[in-house]
Structures are given as C-alpha cells and as structure tokens.
Ligand binder design. Structure first.
Ligand code: GLU
Length: 447
C-alpha cells in the first residue's frame, strides 16, 4: 500500500516503464517518492523544472565485460557495472559490490540510495555505485587478484578524484581494494590516493574507515534512543550479518554497554544470551574468512539454519546483512519481542511492508541512507586527508564521524517535524536529502 501523491504517480509510472524488471530499483525510488508529497506541494519549482525525473535517471551507466583466467587455466567472463548516478554535489562516490546476485538493477538501486545518503552527510560527494556478478567467496587470492585487475583495466578510464571515487561494499574489502588500487596506479602511472577509498592505513587509508559504517549506525541508533530518553546501556541487541558492518556495529554496541545476543550469515544465525565473543568472531571472519557455523561450533552456542534471526527477542535490532532481509513476519516478531528501535546498517534491508509494520507499532525506524552513512562520510574524510597529504589520528577521525552522525540525525528529525511527521526518519531523510540535491540541480540549470 503506497501513499504516493497523485502529482508523483506519472513520474513513478515512467520509472517502471523505463527500467523493466529492476524491482529493487523500483522499490528504492518508490520509497523516496512516497516521502515527497508535502515537499513538492510546498515547492512548486521542483515539479516545474522536472527535477525529480532528472534525479531518477542516472547521469551515466557503464556496463563492461570482465574476462580473466582462473587457476585451472580456464577463461571466465563476468559482467562489470558502474552507475554514475548524480554528481551535482561532488564527484560520484559509492562502493563496488562483488556478489553473484548483482545485476544492473541492483547497482541502480544502490546508486540511487547513495545519492541521498551522501547528500545527508552534508559533505561534497555525489552518488554512484559499481559491481560485478563475480563471487570472491569461492575464489583463491590469485583469482581475486586477476579478476580485480581485469575489472580495473576497464573501469580506470572513468575514475579520478574529481570524477568518480569507488570504495568497498559486499564482497569488496581490503584485499580487493588493494588489488584494484594497485592496478589503477599501474595503468595510470600516477599515485592518485583520493581515487579510491577504504585503502589500507599504510598506503593512504583513513583511521576509522573500516569501523565507520558499523560505528556510525550505532551512533545514529543511540541518537534515536536518546529521543525517548534511552541509551544502549543494558540493552539487548540483535545484529544481522557478520561482515564488516555487523562486526563494528557489535563492537560499538558493546562499548556503549549493550549486549549483542545474535548475529548471522546467509546460512544461519547464532544466539548467545551472554553476548557474542567479538574477538573470536573477528578471527573467524576477518582472518580465516570463515562462517558463523564455525563460530557457533567453537563457542558451543545455539546455531539455527531454518529460522529467522528476528525471532530472537531484543530491544534494538540492527539489520546489517543485505537488502530485503527483514520482511513483515520478521517485523512482527521484533515487535512481539519488545523491540523499540530498528536502524539499518545495510542498504534497504527492510522491505516497505515491514517498515509499515514497525512504524505502525510505534517502533522508531532509521533508514539506511541516514543510519549507515558513516561509512561513506568517513570515505569523504579519507579524501580530505589524501587531498591535503595528511593523516589524522583515530580519536580525531572518530570525533568527526560522531559529529557527522549527530548532524544527520538532527537533519532527519528536524525535517520530519517540519513536514508534520515527527519521529518519521524515512520522511525526514528522504525530504532533507532530496532538497539538498534538487536545490543544487536547480542552481545549475537544466543538467
Ligand atoms: N558501500 C558503502 C555504502 O553503501 C560505502 C561507500 C563509500 O565509502 O564510498 O555507503
């Protein structure tokens, strides 16, 4: 059930018609348009200048062949994407995802989200996203390196610190970023640090970038709790996923006095009432590239393969795995289990119907484009350090991240209130981000 404003219906119809079969992209667009009724009623110029239609159409979409040779000497072919969505606020900025499920529509949904997320940070970054249907999980280091080199051999011509600046996402971590940057440097014969973020600390990376998405999500959730006089202290928390975002969300929850009782991967979830042993989880995931099953076996903890992590009772839930992982059944289970705050560490992990269940039950819901913006915000801080050939301390960088997350929370809460929906972070985030992008587009003419 959508409450799409009638003025916006033809715009959405055109998005459906122009982008057939791209369900996730449709979902991301509808979620934003759903929030803009009051905004376009108040500011007629947005409609007159057709700024929403322009925002829904990427500036440029690049699709390319990625051929490489596997360890057995056989030729493999993958497909590479970079969707350069909007550069009105700065160079295209956003991660690269390597996962077998990646299609053009996936990258478009992520790129679209990124435009708004990046706008919310208040920093000078446009939005884009890239990816490939390559699966690094099933490959050796040598294969991953050859794939990354082939991917960058095509992509490099589109990149640059003033043009397009990728980073990591699902399946693209420090190893992949190293191979990608190495190939970029080799092809261009230039050490352009600010062309890629999430680099290693020893070669142009920023302190806190690794932790930033997870930490930022927890800072944001903490601000949400603050609006109802709460904090993480003493709270029971469920974090889905066990990748980079989940691990550092768990770390920050623990630092703030909460107990994370469950986490997961695509095969199952583990429950530990006394709290997840983070050092062991890091060792298994970051060093051994292992699975949650191994963690559960070593801890002799409860491991569930045929259920939903949202059945684990908690006061705060942080979906940090992937898109559409929290459905209405999961949302109802969270409500029944006493959950009061949900903040998205992943991109669009909650389905639109699940969002309605949560909001209808009075659960505070923080959408990913606000709650998980800490990662890309710290990427922008990495670009700042690279541009000034400087490197900041962990404490200073974390302070900047915390301030940015507070700012995003304030912007979302304030805008929601201004448009008559206090506490509705979806409306607040979409309206605030849209106006920042749209005003810049209006100022620059028909672009
Ligand atoms: N992939 C991350 C995101 O979804 C980070 C992007 C970046 O650092 O550029 O926001």
């Amino acid at each position: 059930m959508s409450r799409l404003d009638s003025a916006l219906e033809p715009i959405y119809a055109q998005v459906l018609q122009r982008n057939p079969g791209e369900d996730e992209f449709h979902q991301a667009v509808l979620e934003v348009l759903d929030s803009l009724g009051a905004v376009v009623a108040k500011h007629k110029t947005y409609m007159d200048a057709r700024v929403i239609e322009r925002i829904c159409e990427p500036e440029r979409q690049i699709i390319f062949r990625v051929p490489w040779v596997d360890d057995r000497g056989e030729v493999q072919i993958n497909r590479g994407f970079r969707v350069e969505f909007n550069s009105v606020l700065g160079p295209f900025k956003g991660g690269i995802r390597f996962h077998p499920s990646v299609l053009l529509g996936t990258v478009k949904f992520l790129g679209f989200e990124q435009v708004f997320k990046n706008a919310l940070t208040g920093l000078p970054i446009g939005g884009g996203k890239g990816g490939s249907d390559f699966d690094p999980k099933s490959r050796t280091d040598g294969e991953v390196m050859r794939f990354c080199q082939s991917f960058m051999t095509e992509l490099y011509r589109h990149l640059g610190e003033y043009r397009d600046v990728p980073a990591g996402d699902i399946g693209v971590g420090p190893r992949e970023l190293g191979y990608l940057f190495g190939q970029y440097k080799r092809i261009t014969n230039r050490y352009e640090s600010a062309t890629l973020t999430g680099k290693g600390i020893g070669w142009g990376g920023s302190q806190v970038r690794k932790e930033a998405t997870g930490y930022g999500t927890v800072y944001f959730a903490n601000e949400m709790l603050g609006t109802v006089n709460g904090s993480f202290d003493g709270k029971t928390v469920v974090v889905s996923g066990s990748g980079n975002v989940a691990i550092y969300a768990i770390e920050k929850v623990q630092e703030l006095g909460g107990t994370v009782v469950a986490c997961s991967d695509s095969a199952g979830y583990v429950v530990e009432e006394s709290g997840i042993d983070l050092e062991l989880l890091k060792e298994i995931k970051e060093v051994r590239r292992g699975r949650v099953r191994e963690y559960a076996e070593e801890r002799r903890a409860k491991y569930v393969t045929d259920g939903s992590i949202w059945n684990v009772p908690c006061q705060v839930a942080l979906p940090c795995a992937t898109q559409n992982e929290l459905d209405p059944d999961g949302a109802r289970a969270l409500v029944a289990g006493g959950c009061v705050v949900v903040a998205e560490g992943a991109n669009m992990p909650t389905t639109p119907d699940a969002v309605r269940v949560l909001q209808g039950a009075g659960v505070l819901f923080g959408p990913g484009k606000a709650a998980n913006a800490g990662g890309v915000a710290t990427s922008a801080l990495e670009m700042q350090q690279n541009a000034s050939r400087d490197s900041w301390t962990f404490e200073y960088t974390e302070g900047r991240l915390a301030a940015i997350m507070r700012g995003i929370h304030e912007r979302c809460a304030g805008t929601a209130e201004e448009y008559g929906e206090p506490g509705n972070y979806v409306v607040g985030a979409n309206a605030a981000a849209f106006m920042r992008v749209a005003d810049a587009m209006l100022a620059m003419g028909v672009i």
